[in-house]
Design a protein around this ligand. Structure first.
Ligand SMILES: [Zn+2]
Length: 312
């Protein structure tokens, strides 16, 4: 019996550890399985992370390439300006930095602001606003003005270009030039227009003749660049201005500051205004350059943009 018990207990003793062993083995296996799964998971997470990292690096490289391209472009642009300046003047580094500043601001300015519902604002670019005999600016047309001096005002967004141009002109030794008139309200334009008509009527002209003669040099109220605050008249506002050095300088350099001769001699039929060497209009640098390159007055250029896209 004892032996049996012993045997039994032996068996039991023998059996128990056997069972535990099996359990342990099972546990070991499942632990191994778990570890394997975890390892696989970690591997997967790692490979995903590596892929993400690679993508990030590729993206970074692509972006930095783009930036360096832009920088290269910027540099070549700067060089062009440097070349232009050294050709025409050969001096003044500070001017170059000013010009670049103007360039940058010009870029920021282009194609923004302006009221899209106003038909005379071309391409939604306030710098190309067209005022003429068939595009009449309303009497309530409002712009933000800045002072040129105590009496004269200019569009606040463009005045820095005007100031820079005047400063550089003076630095080039042109001192006998001054701004006779700049911004004029539509109301003031009305006064000028009516005064001129009255003057001709007093001389014995008919109303029709008086209007015709007036319109040669004075725009109808709302049809003048001056009503926009984007134009300046120099000196005595007469044709002798074209004999001055200042006129020559403007012909060579005004486009760099975004100004163009608004009423050229060969465009009288289009502008319906007689040649005005003294009247210069701000349109922005890239437009001024393009207009000169194409030999177009503002009316033609606006048509050109309408037919051939968004311009330079
Ligand atoms: Zn004028």
């Amino acid at each position: 019996m004892n032996k049996k018990v012993n045997e039994k207990s032996d068996k039991m003793i023998h059996y128990k550890p056997k069972k535990t062993l099996k359990k342990q083995t099972n546990r070991k296996i499942s632990a191994r399985m778990k570890r394997k799964i975890i390892r696989k998971l970690i591997q997967k997470i790692f490979s995903v992370l590596i892929i993400l990292l690679l993508l990030f690096i590729i993206f970074k490289i692509a972006t930095s390439n783009h930036t360096s391209e832009t920088t290269a472009e910027g540099t070549s642009k700067e060089n062009t300006i440097l070349e232009e300046d050294s050709q025409s003047n050969g001096n003044d580094l500070s001017r170059n930095s000013n010009m670049n500043l103007l360039d940058r601001e010009n870029d920021e300015n282009s194609g923004n602001t302006g009221n899209q519902s106003d038909p005379f604002i071309i391409n939604n670019d306030w710098r190309l606003t067209l005022a003429n005999y068939e595009n009449i600016i309303p009497e309530n047309f409002e712009i933000e003005l800045a002072n040129i001096d105590e009496e004269r005002q200019f569009d606040a967004r463009a005045i820095q270009y005007l100031n820079q141009m005047m400063e550089d002109m003076r630095n080039d030794g042109i001192t006998n030039i001054w701004i006779q008139s700049a911004y004029r309200s539509v109301k003031k334009q009305k006064e000028l227009y009516n005064n001129s008509i009255n003057k001709y009527l007093k001389q014995g002209k008919t109303q029709e003749e008086a209007e015709k003669l007036t319109l040669e040099y004075i725009n109808k109220p709302g049809a003048s660049d001056h009503n926009l605050g984007l134009a300046v008249d120099f000196n005595y506002v007469d044709e002798s201005f074209e004999d001055l050095k200042g006129f020559e300088w403007l012909q060579q350099n005004a486009e760099k500051y975004g100004f163009v001769l608004r009423y050229p001699k060969d465009k009288e039929k289009i502008t319906k205004i007689k040649y005005e060497p003294w009247h210069w209009r701000f349109v922005g640098q890239e437009h001024a350059k393009k207009m000169n390159e194409l030999n177009m007055c503002l009316e033609e250029y606006v048509d050109y943009l309408a037919n051939f896209g968004d311009g330079p």
